[in-house]
Design a protein around this ligand. Structure first.
Ligand code: GTP
Ligand code: MG
Length: 242
């Protein structure tokens, strides 16, 4: 079968190792290539935990996570890494050049591909302004770049791997509204055929999503488009009004 990047969570329940109660209960949804699925919910609802199961940072205690119809625990980790890119909530940069940070996990990328990824991630101009450009040094933990720049470099790093599936964990929150909008417009072109799952705080980031999952206390309490949820979901209305 073609590896197109279909993601399916099937009745997934998850508890952290050693913890008694689950942080995710009976999660089911499907995300298909070309779709954007958004996940919204209050802090501690389980959004990051949910994303972590696809790249197998953890495994569910019940149910299955499938990638292109295959349970991810039957796939090679290298195979998952090739097809799925996670931009974590706390974007991580290591000590080295910008180039090293962008090529991480994708050593054969050309400089042109790095610049293309930076352009989409709205990181081109601040890298060009650096004296050494791609060769500019990042200190351990990325402390010599701003939070928004760190997020953009981590988004660019994900783009460089050209995955089938993108997981963005609150990746746009440190950006101002205008940059967030520009970035998502640019992303749309690049990710047209990919599967995109976005965790977001800001409603404007997700109004165009094909489906929004409203997560509350580890459960999907409502799902639909922005317009549908405005009509049907009190939890969603609360988030919109907050
Ligand atoms: P925000 O990022 O703050 O919006 O929250 P979230 O929706 O991403 O929640 P997350 O998935 O991080 O956490 C869900 C629940 O799992 C919370 O009750 C956390 O305290 C708990 N949790 C998160 N990470 C860990 C972990 O590494 N170990 C344990 N035992 N619990 C965790
Ligand atoms: Mg989180």
């Amino acid at each position: 079968a073609a590896l197109t990047g279909v993601v399916e969570y099937r009745n997934v329940t998850f508890a952290y190792p050693g913890a008694e109660s689950p942080v995710l209960s009976n999660i089911s949804f499907t995300a298909r290539p070309g779709q954007t699925i958004a996940i919204i919910g209050s802090t501690g609802a389980g959004k990051t935990s949910l994303l972590s199961l696809l790249p197998r940072l953890y495994d569910p205690v019940e149910g299955q996570v499938l990638l292109d119809g295959v349970p991810v625990d039957k796939l090679d980790r290298a195979e998952i890494t090739k097809r799925v890119a996670l931009v974590p909530q706390r974007p991580y940069l290591f000590s080295g050049t910008i180039e090293h940070n962008l090529r991480f996990g994708k050593t054969e990328a050309t400089d042109q591909e790095l610049w293309d990824a930076l352009r989409v991630a709205q990181g081109e101009s601040f890298v060009r302004e650096k004296k050494n450009g791609l060769g500019a040094r990042i200190s351990q933990g990325g402390t010599n770049v701003s939070g928004g720049q760190r997020q953009r470099l981590c988004i660019a790093r994900a783009l460089v791997t050209k995955p089938r599936v993108y997981l963005f964990d609150d990746s746009f929150s440190a950006l101002d509204v205008a940059t967030d909008a520009r970035l998502r417009t640019a992303l749309k072109g690049i990710t047209r055929d990919a599967t995109v799952i976005i965790v977001a705080q800001r409603i404007s980031t997700i109004t165009e999503a094909d489906q929004i999952l409203v997560l509350d206390n580890g459960r999907i309490v409502d799902r639909g488009t922005h317009e549908e949820l405005l009509e049907t979901s009190p939890t969603y209305q609360e988030i919109v009004e907050s």
